[in-house]
Design a protein around this ligand. Sequence first.
Ligand code: FAD
Ligand code: NAP
Length: 555
Amino acid sequence: MSALQSISGKGQPAEAYDVVVVGAGFAGMYMLHRLRGLGLSARVYEQGSGVGGTWYWNRYPGARCDVESMQYSYSFSDELQQDWDWSERYAPQPEILKYANHVADRFNLRPDIQFNTRVDRAVFDEAANIWQVATSDGKTATARFVVLATGCLSNARMPDIKGLDRFKGKVYHTGHWPHDPVEFTGLRVGVIGTGSSGIQSVPVIAEQASHLTVFQRTANFSIPARNAKLTAEERERFRTNYPEIRRFAREEARNGIYTDLPDRGALDDGDNERRARYEQRWQRGGLTFMSVYNNLVLDKAANDTAANFVREKIAEIVSDPQTAKLLQPNNHPIGSKRICVDSDYFATFNRANVTLVDIRSNPIEEIVPNAVRAGGKDYEVDALVLATGFDAMTGSVAKIDISGRQGQTLNQKWAEGPKTYLGLMSVGFPNLFVITGPGSPSVLSNMIVSIEQHVDWITDCISFMRDRGFEAMEATKDAEDKWVAHVNEVAYTTLYPQANSWYMGANIPGKPRIFMPYIGGVGAYRQICNDVAAKGYEGFAMTSAARPQKLAASS
Ligand code: FAD
Ligand code: NAP
């Protein structure tokens, strides 16, 4: 029995589509919209019960974007970006989810999305150049193409802490938050983890809880968001200038965010001038703090000046010197872990009902029914919030059993780290695309900019194949090897690999330490992808149909 037969062996006829898309976050939704535009039949499977992906799952207190909403939004429809009113500089999660639902309704996407359905398995039939996809409802579908829009931060990671299952209070993971309101009033709450999710939720939980204990393993750099209501004038300024703002974000900004770009390095200025520049950006707030100078992620001495500035700020904000010292990051260059953006995070530690516990020097030994035990001491809590992050970039892909040429699985192929050409395809897995996959700028960027670029490229590519009667497309080994080497080489010209970050897979025991995203910048990367397409998809091999089989809308 072939692998194909074994997957469809339930006796039910498979549904046939041109394209199966996995995931209905911003990537899957836009992919569906573009495929519809080509006249192709597409089916999106989403394991959640609604659209929005990240913004469907991450409903924890304080969750909001950290790229400004006027930029963290789709640009493909000018009517949409002119119509939609963002309320705040950084919209809260419920509003971003409402936006995702609005997009689904506005473009009538729901009829082609099957919710509450997980894709468990995908097998490539080499003879027919068709993917066969098995879903959690026991059905199968066939498709010429599969697009993994499964998200880079969608596989919430439960920490492996002894006794967690015996805790008698409620346990919440920020990345898998309940849909019903969670009430912390009057409770003693423990938060484990101080990345972006912990840093956003701590100030809000502190206002509700009778006592909040924050368990910190690694102190993180965080910049104030300076969140505020958006005025009609501010929205209008963006709307009028959208053509240039979006162009700049796509083509010129390394990270897909419109901002003024630095013209010098940190060591080109004297102490006073440098301090004034950092102060100005600190007052402005947000991620673009790292754009003060052009060498902050390249030169350790330059980086130290920014890191010291932030450490001094923490010391100014936090009243207790010992707590301030613990909150000052000291084991990685600023920016080498995803920088955090907060609203009153450091000031929260001045509250009488908040305690910081350093679990780097006093690791958590176990969780007992009513407490977290660390350094021989019991910290009593009624509820636990795990802000412990994700199996990032590859985690959700790895959960699907994907079998390519000659039965090789993607997990086998990526056992020593993900290998892709342009982050889009992997040798041995024809007609399988990944959106914002490892080897693309992805998580180092305003993700919607990167998502739109990938979706547009994939759409053009499928259209190209259809027009020329190609049935299968696959990266060549030579192109993939060179790209993997290039991604790695560029990463090591920066300070990023110096941190034990989720970019490196370092948060998952046993995961290979590879710097996964491409750090060359979204503008340069877009140009490379465009050039590849212009040269007839250089580095990809396309094959024609042995038995011509047309895609739905072929003429
Ligand atoms: P996701 O939104 O993760 O959607 C993927 C979907 O695929 C999910 O709904 C998942 O359920 C589904 N799925 C996965 N596997 C399967 C399967 N096997 N079968 C069926 N369905 C499956 N980025 C920014 O640029 N700016 C920000 O401000 C920002 N803030 C963030 C805040 C948080 C809390 C988090 C966690 C991430 C944030 N990100 C941000 C990154 C964010 O993930 C992206 O911006 C973007 O939302 C990703 O969209 P996506 O569609 O690629 O993936
Ligand atoms: P994260 O950055 O990986 O942070 C996880 C935290 O949990 C870290 O402090 C980590 O400590 C700690 N941790 C993990 N396992 C632990 C264990 N077993 N014991 C004790 N501590 C443990 O995850 P995240 O905060 O969810 O953020 C992930 C990414 O999502 C962000 O970097 C960002 O890209 C995105 N995000 C964005 C926003 C936003 O502001 N818009 C908000 C949330 C998330 P170590 O550092 O020591 O490993």
